[in-house]
Design a protein around this ligand. Sequence first.
Ligand SMILES: [Zn+2]
Length: 485
Amino acid sequence: MSRKLSSVLLAFVALATCLSSPASAQIPIPPTSAEDRALAQSILKEIIEINTTDTPRGNVTTATAAMRKRLLDAGFAPRDVQLLGPDPRKQNLVVRIHAEGSPKEKPVLFLCHMDVVEALRSDWTTDPFQLVEKDGYFYGRGTQDMKDGDAALVAIFLRLHREGYKPKRDLILALTADEEGGRFNGARWLVEHHRELVDAAFVINPDAGGVELVHGRAVIATVEATEKVYSDFQVTALNRGGHSSLPRPDNAIYELTAALDKLAAYTFPFELNQVTRAYFTRLADQETGQTAADMHAILATPPDRSAAARLSAEPSFNSNFRTTCVATRLNAGHANNALPQTAQANVNCRIFPGHSPEEIRQQLVSIFADNNLTVKYVSDSGEVFDMAPERKAIEPPAPIPEVFEPLTRLTNALWPGTPVTPVMENGASDSIYFAQAGIPSYGFSGIALERDDDRAHGRDERLPIDSYFKSLDFFYSFAKALGGE
Ligand SMILES: [Zn+2]
């Protein structure tokens, strides 16, 4: 019954949305033609099948150079498709569509990373480096994160160029390296060394945000407006070791696993900020039953602890409530018949805005409460330091109407009745480098995905085919709305 009621309410919301914004009802979104869909699919296939992992088998340049060739073949001027970067295997591509005359407004930058996380054939049902069409999905490494966005934006830049589109401000597309790891982060390098190529009024980063589906129903559209800080910590237990035939109570492996058990049992404190508060306020209106009641209860002052605990059972909610730290790797011992001299774990933390990595490092030390253990900070490039940075996550900037107005209008046209809300990203994206350079960044993928089907970095990564094609409809109209008709 509550389901029926909620669909009635949704229908009403959809109607109200149409009535309240006649513009969205009157301006239909032109659907992408079969030819442009086929082109976007062929681009997606091409880049999925180029391994862009940060491994000896991976090469980002192969993919960015292939995109450059497509753009040159379509008539883009060489100076508007620049391939550049500090490493021959990690070249970034920066594409520009020029404004008519001399624009008054600074450009809009679409920021898309081209690298992907390693995927092993033996872990997957399909070959991760083949685009496989199955059961209404595209399977392949990067179908969610984020070669879908790379391919969609390349297809849209090609289409805008073919149609002779002249924006009122420059539109820039950057396809970059080393977002997922590696020492040659393209976004950071471009901001620091070629600001003139990527300088913009704001950044649209399709690496985050998007439309969340629950059983096929769009419940919310999220736009990343702030993000957690990613930090790795190396936890080490040392021991004098010895012969395994003469075991003693002191043992590096036991000591380390005892510490990790304490971490497993520990929950960081519940927190909300302006962005996550807005997110759960919107979401509570879309949910029903206990979940809706719990969401209202955590928004109260003081927040209801048992409601927070119930919602925390859902990992995507939990990550919005607190800093999280989890053991992700173990390495211990040196021989089957020797007592271990070293036991080491990597603990990966996603730190809530307002806290620094050093603060969390010290918190880990007190959680472990073992003076024989060391807790060190591991930088993005893999260097190990005794102390972690004191830098805190950026404060959420005020949302810009020139981004949120068209984004909301187009979202309502494509996914009627879906509220749009700024959110905190629980991973980490390249938006942070632009935010630090004073360029606000908004994450929105244009992709509709089931909430529990987030397979980014995981096995059998997949993307609903209809979601991919709908993202083309979205980004074409969004690019033109931002660029001016
Ligand atoms: Zn990504």
